[in-house]
Ligand binder design. Structure first.
Ligand SMILES: Cc1cc2nc3c(=O)[nH]c(=O)nc-3n(C[C@H](O)[C@H](O)[C@H](O)COP(=O)(O)O)c2cc1C
Length: 500
């Protein structure tokens, strides 16, 4: 529906925004125009319609079930889209989440994370298979550097034509990317060679492969700017326009019947950031950091309190557990934890030495005493037990390759540090790995002095609707400013209203 233009008399304006008429000036023509904005109008109607949502607002996946089933349920019941945090979990745990959500949300839209795992390709394939087998119709695809067979297989599974000849794709992919070259792969059809491999493997028919050549890999691509966790630290204000321009080029080239959409993630935690993204043309916004701080997240109360105290500059990049050897980093909370420093030390040692037995005695002693609180030999025994279940090939490789063994042992710390945080293990508070972006500090600043300041009041619905409500007010007042209306400093106010 096109936006309705409203001519606002000064009295309407003052009532709507509760400002003193004396502080308002009218433009020279004596009238001001400001579009009436429903929250659903901020983003793309097609996005909300396709995913059956009330609002163009997505809660991104958060690994290890931090984006919990409770989080997905709360999002869904509020007309928002939530992705379960499947990364880092074994397929059985993910399947238990599927069971629960199929029961609790039999007819609602929600999704699961399908994360690229270059170190564990079999796990990525197993999770994609699970989603296909259990009829999960929407995934948030993330950390992809290029397309893989599992994600392509997921996307094209069940593709067919309806009686009018329209191509139907039961499985949808929302791809989260921070690079043009990766976005380009998702805006385009699945690669022909991969489709051929799927035909040869008997996963799809030749007819389906032909249809698959006529669809984009993803209808929705999220531009992930500086965010929690894996991030290229790109500024949203530059990344979003770049991906929107790219989208325009791909839309023109392929002329997709349903135009491609771009969403914005990274730093979306205040009305101002959301208003900026929507005004630039984002079809939807994706939040992360603020959701971990909410009561529904699978994190602990201790972490929620730490997050509530975070300021803008309290984040830092630290080595990532899943791509440690490649030097990939994730953004984490700095305040109140030594995780980032200790993980950086582990990475330095990994780069400097070819095996655990080459580490100087003083360093080894420090690691065993303060970081691992156990001997490296004990940690290796635990590591073997873990990978025997998950991926025995890792152990075989480590037995022959001392550097790989060192990586697996060091990754024990990187993996446990996130679990200690989620469990709220007080004995390990100093080692908590808490994925967090600057969005958190911005949110805390915005909500200071309001009911959303307190961690126990932070519910995903109240957070989301306050962000959207504030964004609508800001967009509306911006329209007034651009018409010469002089508004008082700080107008509109912080916009936090108590939720239901
Ligand atoms: C605790 C936490 C864990 C995350 N884990 C994942 C993940 O497993 N997969 C993923 O695609 N994104 C993950 N993210 C990123 C979010 O889905 C989202 O894209 C991002 O946090 C948005 O940026 P923001 O933190 O600035 O709001 C995680 C974010 C947080 C806060």
């Amino acid at each position: 529906m096109p936006l309705k233009q409203l001519e606002l008399a000064i009295s309407d304006l003052t009532r709507a925004f509760r400002v003193d008429p004396a502080t308002l000036a009218v433009s020279e023509s004596g009238a001001v125009l400001s579009p009436s904005i429903r929250l659903a109008d901020l983003g793309s109607h097609a996005f909300c319609a396709e995913h059956r949502l009330r609002y163009p607002y997505v809660g991104g996946a958060m690994a290890n079930g931090i984006a919990s089933v409770e989080f997905v349920e709360a999002m869904s019941r509020a007309g928002l889209l939530g992705f379960f945090g499947a990364a880092g979990l074994d397929p059985d745990t993910v399947e238990a989440a599927i069971d629960r959500l199929k029961r609790s949300l039999p007819d609602a839209t929600y999704g699961f994370n399908l994360i690229h795992s270059p170190n564990e390709p079999r796990l990525e394939a197993a999770v994609a298979d699970l989603f296909i087998r259990r009829g999960i119709k929407l995934v948030e695809a993330s950390a992809y550097l290029g397309l893989t067979l599992p994600i392509v297989r997921y996307r094209v599974h069940g593709i067919h034509q309806d009686s009018t000849g329209r191509i139907i794709t039961p499985n949808r992919v929302m791809a989260k990317v921070s690079r043009v070259e990766v976005a380009s792969k998702f805006f385009a059809p699945p690669p022909a060679d991969m489709l051929r491999q799927l035909v040869q493997a008997g996963d799809i028919t030749a007819g389906q492969a032909e249809l698959a050549g006529r669809i984009p890999m993803a209808q929705d691509v999220t531009a992930e700017a500086d965010s929690a966790g894996h991030t290229d630290n790109r500024p949203a204000i530059t990344l979003l326009p770049t991906l929107l321009a790219l989208r325009n080029r791909f839309q023109e080239q392929y002329d997709w019947p349903e135009p491609l959409r771009v969403g914005a993630a990274g730093g979306m935690s205040t009305p101002a950031s959301a208003a900026a993204a929507f005004t630039m043309g984002a079809a939807y916004i994706v939040t992360g950091s603020v959701n971990q701080a909410c009561v529904e997240s699978g994190s602990s109360d201790i972490v929620r309190q730490m997050l509530a105290e975070a300021e803008q500059a309290d984040t830092i990049m630290a080595p990532a557990a899943d791509m440690f050897e490649m030097g990939v980093k994730v953004q984490v909370l700095k305040r109140g934890t030594m995780f980032a420093m200790r993980a950086a030390k582990l990475y330095d040692l990994y780069r400097s030495y070819d095996g655990l037995n080459k580490i100087p005695a003083a360093d080894r002693e420090m690691l065993e005493k303060t970081v691992f609180r156990a001997t490296l030999d004990d940690i290796w025994i635990q590591t073997v037990a873990f990978f025997k279940q998950r991926d025995p090939a890792q152990i075989e490789r480590a037995e022959k390759d001392a550097k790989h063994k060192m990586a697996l042992v060091f990754r024990w710390y990187l993996g446990q540090s996130s679990r200690w945080a989620n469990k709220g293990d007080v004995t390990r508070k100093i080692d908590y790995q808490v994925w967090c972006g600057p969005a958190m500090g911005a949110f805390n600043e915005w909500t200071r002095g309001t009911f959303l300041e307190r961690p126990e009041n932070r519910r995903v619905e109240a957070v989301a609707l306050n962000i959207l409500n504030g964004a609508a007010k800001l967009v509306r007042t911006a329209a007034l400013r651009f018409q010469g209306v002089k508004l008082p400093v700080g107008f509109p106010d912080s916009s936090v209203v108590r939720g239901p």
